[in-house]
Design a protein around this ligand. Structure first.
Ligand SMILES: Nc1ncnc2c1ncn2[C@@H]1O[C@H](COP(=O)(O)OP(=O)(O)OP(=O)(O)O)[C@@H](O)[C@H]1O
Ligand SMILES: [Mg+2]
Length: 337
């Protein structure tokens, strides 16, 4: 376990969406930390607030209807929630923190060839810092362009895109889904970020391509020492890719552990049920978790899982359990402990 300070620390993050149906309490005191050079998995069922957490970190929560009502997002000693939008755009988003999105076609501009789009990433988010107006002017020069293209080609080779030179002249729709995913990994690594957030990047791909791309991503970030916040609902992906995992349920984090510990000694009843509902070829039937995810408009008080928990006690409906340390790096929020 690394004792270096975390790269990112989200503390008690609260986020609401004001809708015509009522106020959606999407995040209710979310806590997570990403350590230097590690891949943290953020898992949970659809609607539990994974993307909302990522958006809050990147400073792109649509407001309205979104409103961050509390918490801190500490990154390199700064609270990103207190940082002016100008600073976020200049130093953080797309530069120190980049995103690998799920929608590969939507993330690329259809009217420009790849060369233009990749040069623009480096032009606007140069790894060495932007250097003000003079820096920008320099980045329209020929010498800069030649060096930048060399850097881009090297990265395209690293993500194993076939024919990198030829690829630069192509448009986004001329690549396959798997190739576009490789491109977006290259694009996210190009500014040499401290943290990459990946939001379900491989869910649209078939399993063999998915496995290749995850292996590639893991190798590249480990080589560079880049930290990753990897969002997924797929525990199989977590097992293969992540060093540690934080499990979310209905807008709250319930358990955090090193990946092996989470799979062998899951502590929270929700985590246990999530693992029990993994498809198992030895079992006849698929087990699900009884009940449904509660509405986040007027959600259950206390531990939000208590309405579906077979071990719930009266206090579970009253107060949210504090974080308990079970083993080094393994914490749970449950009144049973
Ligand atoms: N723009 C919005 N307006 C209103 N409600 C929203 C908005 N965006 C998200 N929500 C709500 O916030 C909650 C969390 O959504 P979020 O997209 O973070 O879930 P998720 O964990 O990423 O799910 P999935 O696995 O399906 O991507 C959900 O209840 C969702 O309906
Ligand atoms: Mg999502």
């Amino acid at each position: 376990m690394s004792s270096a300070p975390p790269v990112l620390e989200v503390r008690d993050l609260c986020l609401r969406f004001h809708t015509d149906q009522g106020t959606v309490e999407a995040l209710d005191g979310v806590n997570l930390r990403v350590l230097p050079g590690e891949i943290l998995g953020l898992v949970g069922e659809s609607g539990c607030g994974k993307t909302a957490t990522a958006r809050a970190i990147l400073g792109v929560v649509p407001a309205p209807p979104g409103e961050i009502t509390g918490g801190r997002i500490l990154f390199g000693g700064e609270d990103l929630l207190r940082l002016p939008e100008r600073e976020l755009a200049r130093r953080i988003r797309g530069r120190a923190i980049t995103l690998i999105p799920q929608d590969t076609l939507g993330a690329l501009n259809p009217v420009f060839p790849l060369r233009t789009q990749l040069l623009d990433v480096l032009r606007w988010h140069p790894p060495e810092g932007d250097g003000g107006l003079w820096g920008l002017l320099r980045r329209y020069g020929r010498r800069w362009r030649r060096q930048a293209l060399a850097q881009i080609l090297a990265l395209l080779r690293q993500v194993q895109l076939p024919d990198p030179e030829g690829a630069l002249a192509k448009y986004p729709h001329e690549f396959s889904g798997g190739q576009r995913q490789r491109l977006l990994i290259a694009m996210a690594l190009l500014p040499n970020p401290v943290l990459v957030i990946a939001d379900e990047p491989t869910t649209a791909l078939d399993v063999t391509i998915q496995a290749q791309i995850l292996r590639l991503l893991r190798r590249l970030v480990k080589e560079r020492g880049t930290s990753v916040l990897f969002i997924t609902h797929d525990l199989g992906v977590v097992a293969r890719l992540c060093d540690r995992v934080t499990v979310m349920y209905a807008g709250q984090e319930v358990e955090t552990a090193p990946t092996a510990a989470l799979f062998t000694r899951p502590a929270h009843p929700y985590t246990q049920q999530l693992l029990a509902s993994l498809p198992d070829h030895r079992k006849e039937e698929l087990e699900g978790i009884p009940g449904v995810v509660p509405s986040l408009i007027d959600p259950p008080r206390g531990c939000r899982f208590h309405t579906r928990c077979s071990q719930a006690r009266p206090e579970c409906a009253l107060t949210r359990p504090p974080e308990r340390l079970l083993a080094p790096g393994h914490t749970v929020r449950c009144h049973l402990y």
